[in-house]
Design a protein around this ligand. Structure first.
Ligand code: TXA
Ligand code: MG
Length: 350
């Protein structure tokens, strides 16, 4: 059975933190909040414990994990020759939603890196996560704490639904802040490449580095079959609610009209239709559909924070199909569209 411990992030109960750290040290699994989404943690230097993460999530074991650290000294243990850009970015964006892919030290178990010559590291900006890592005294390997393929968990309830009974403990520190995962940036090539857009935006990285590109698979646009993604995780189905999701991209008024038309057609055919709608358009959709509001177009951070929660709510509503408005790929919008395009798979309409 899974223990569930409540923690107030601004007044940590160190007794609970130490109990959770004891589980990590003896090779167990603990889910914990970060500022992005909830993570499922294990001792990142214990290959057997890390293998249990894959088992609990049902995750393919060639998809490597992020090692979470509590300070930059821990990173120097994990990567013997850190690129100078890593030092600069750590200063500027840590703790925070930026994961750096760097050359790995040889003692890191292959279960963490999936056999790659690189390792992904990040220092989360959350008091519970940082206290847990410090008390454990080891880097904590942690993917998002969802069953593989499901939307990432943005609160402890989501973790419970996916993983209760499969892990040792859940630290409930309330809702995660950003609601989308960290940006994954590869620093091992000639120029930095964004492998997954996330909390730290392309625009912020461009300003800090002067030079950064986005891996085509990270845009989430349709992948051509012969182009293998550089981040192993990008080849798997992701973020998907139970019902098929159709994403409508383009100019907002046209998107609205296309969704109205499609919803009416589906409703006529007796389908239960879910619509993920902006506040600006929600009142214009057929009232027989199940409309969930994602917030205003004017507040992309609010949209990001609600996205995974809303996708999971459609499962509860048991709709047959989900129609979704698309967003601009500026700022955090790029991460939102990456997740929506991947949830939609091939079902993108313009
Ligand atoms: O915000 C986050 O990053 C959350 C919280 C818990 O920190 N974690 C998270 O982990 O989203 P996960 O496992 O769901 O996603 C990690 C991503 C995957 O796409 C994986 O393929 C990529 O990082 N990754 C990990 N190690 C890598 C490496 N050495 N080279 C390239 N990509 C790597
Ligand atoms: Mg994940």
């Amino acid at each position: 059975d899974t223990k569930i411990w409540h923690l107030n992030p601004s007044a940590l109960d160190m007794r609970l933190i130490n109990q959770a750290a004891a589980i990590i040290k003896r090779g167990g699994l603990v889910a914990f909040p970060t500022e992005t989404v909830y993570g499922l943690g294990a001792n990142g230097l214990d290959g057997k414990a890390v293998a249990d993460i894959y088992r609990a999530k049902g995750r393919p074991s060639d998809n490597p994990l992020i090692l979470h650290v509590a300070d930059t000294n821990m990173v120097r243990e994990l990567s013997k020759n850190l690129p100078p850009k890593a030092t600069l970015l750590m200063k500027k964006f840590w703790p925070g939603p930026l994961t750096l892919v760097v050359p790995r030290a040889s003692h890191i178990p292959r279960e963490v890196t999936g056999g790659l010559a690189t390792v992904a590291v990040r220092m989360p900006h959350h008091p519970v996560a940082l206290a847990l890592i410090k008390a454990s005294g080891v880097p904590i390997a942690a993917p998002s704490a969802n069953k593989s393929g499901r939307p990432s968990p943005t609160n402890a309830e989501h973790v419970k639904l996916d993983l209760q009974g499969c892990i040792d403990a859940i630290l409930d520190g309330g809702p995660a802040g950003l609601g989308l995962e960290s940006t994954v940036l590869d620093l091992t090539g000639a120029a930095p490449v964004i492998l997954r857009p996330g909390g730290v935006t392309y625009e912020q990285l461009l300003e800090a580095l002067g030079d950064v590109t986005i891996d085509p698979s990270a845009l989430g646009e349709r992948l051509s079959k012969d182009k293998a993604p550089r981040s192993p995780g990008m080849k798997y189905k992701h973020y998907a609610p139970a019902a098929p999701l159709i994403l409508f991209e383009g100019e907002p008024e046209k998107v609205k009209a296309a969704i109205v038309e499609r919803a009416e057609e589906l409703l006529k055919g007796g389908k239960r239709v879910g619509i993920l709608a902006t506040e600006e358009h929600a009142q214009d959709y057929p009232p027989d559909s199940k409309i969930l509001k994602i917030g205003s177009r004017k507040n992309p951070a609010g949209v990001a924070a609600m996205l995974f929660k809303r996708l999971r709510e459609f499962d509860q509503l048991q709709v047959d199909v989900i129609l979704t408005e698309g967003f601009e790929t500026k700022g955090i919008g790029l991460a939102v569209m990456n997740r929506l395009r991947r949830a939609a798979g091939e079902r993108i309409e313009c």
